[in-house]
Write a protein that binds this ligand. Structure first.
Ligand code: TXA
Ligand code: MG
Length: 366
């Protein structure tokens, strides 16, 4: 087993401007010394390291237990940092920056030499994002360097949306967590690549396909891996998509259908725990289920904001299995669906027939 150096993990509160200034200075000291530090962003908490320091970047992979071939996102706090990260700024890229930055959009571009290959798992592309969170911006600005940062969870489990989630996962493994409260978006950034023939979404997020198409003035493809399981040995455009992701300990089965059919399915199959919408808690409790809600029915933004916290609360029930309500795939719902079907290990069934609805990608290895 890997020998882990245990350390005291400090949490610094980032509420007032003075606190943020002090915390950003402490974080920058650690980061410039090659350490990894957890910072809040508007999407999820990130585990940051100096993106230009190869040893520090490797430390991210070690602390998270992240597979070496899953590349990281590089975060900037000013457009003037872009030439350090990428060699190309196409018309399309400039349109996206103008419309969505700072914000929850990551753009894949050709990688500049100042970013070590380890950041991109050896790819000649790089993922770049300019987060909207003030604390994240202050930390990057204080370092005056781009920061590589994946979500600050142990690899494979739900992403953290509070400092406490990070503490639960990484206490004793990192020196510092900046506490900026709950993340407002709640799911990770949309990842779009401009390095394919047509712009293509590799991971759905808060910025939707429709919004991207409007700004780019052309169709945007959605990678098959966003909603389908990949088959063994298959090459995927976004390496992260092939790994076990967002998995709670509770075995979750998602059920597509009306609330009545869902209840019938759940009872017939012996489920006692429901992962549902807020408005349904009272009816489901009356029907004998223990409930955890992830946002409001038909409200994709509220579902995104509470999804990861709800998955962690589901585990706190201590039940071995639960039955989940399917969200809509519209708008931000595509991101919620993408995360939830992975959390459920692609177990999706039809409420009426019990038939499996999970799909496998037919994409050929490239
Ligand atoms: O909202 C977010 O994006 C958060 C916060 C902390 O910024 N970060 C995050 O990072 O979600 P991570 O490492 O958990 O997810 C990065 C995703 C992975 O699916 C990875 O495969 C993909 O981006 N990715 C990174 N670089 C890539 C590249 N060069 N080509 C294709 N996919 C890439
Ligand atoms: Mg992640």
């Amino acid at each position: 087993m890997e020998q882990q150096r245990m350390m005291q993990t400090e949490i610094l509160c980032c509420t007032t401007e003075e606190e943020i200034k002090k915390a950003a200075t402490s974080a920058a000291e650690q980061l410039l010394a090659g350490q990894v530090v957890a910072i809040p962003t508007e999407t999820v908490y990130g585990l940051a390291a100096d993106a230009t320091n190869e040893a520090a970047v490797k430390e991210i992979f070690r602390v998270k237990g992240r597979p070496q071939d899953n590349p990281l996102i590089v975060h900037i706090s000013d457009l003037s940092m872009l030439p350090l990260v990428t060699t190309a700024q196409s018309e399309d890229a400039l349109r996206l920056f103008e419309a969505f930055w700072p914000g929850p959009l990551t753009v894949i571009l050709p990688r500049a030499d100042s970013i070590p290959a380890a950041v991109s798992a050896g790819l000649d592309t790089v993922a770049v994002r300019f987060p909207a969170h003030f604390v994240a911006q202050q930390v990057i600005a204080c370092c005056n360097k781009p920061l590589a940062a994946p979500s600050a969870n142990r690899s494979g489990i739900p992403s953290p949306t509070t400092a406490q989630h990070v503490m639960d996962d990484l206490s004793g493994r990192i020196p510092l967590i900046l506490d900026g409260g709950s993340c407002s978006v709640g799911v990770e950034s949309t990842v779009i690549t401009l390095c394919t023939e047509n712009p293509r979404i590799l991971r759905p997020g808060f910025v939707t396909k429709e919004q991207l198409e409007e700004v780019l003035g052309k169709p945007v493809e959605v990678d098959e891996a966003c909603l389908k399981a990949s088959t063994a040995g298959q090459a995927v455009s976004s390496p992260g998509m092939k790994y076990k992701h967002y998995a709670p300990k509770t075995a979750l089965t998602l059920v597509q259908g009306s609330l009545d059919d869902y209840i019938s399915y759940a009872k017939a199959n012996g489920f006692t725990a429901a992962f549902c919408f807020e408005e349904e808690v009272s009816a489901l409790s009356d029907a004998g289920f223990t409930c955890v809600a992830y946002g409001r029915a038909g409200d994709d933004v509220s579902q995104a904001a509470s999804l990861f916290d709800a998955l962690r609360r589901l585990d706190e029930l201590g039940v071995s299995s639960a039955v989940g309500r399917m969200p809509s795939k519209d708008g931000v719902g595509l991101a919620v669906t993408n995360r939830l079907i992975r959390a459920a290990a692609f177990r999706v069934v039809d409420a009426k027939t019990g038939a499996s609805l999970s799909e496998t990608s037919t994409e050929q290895p490239v």
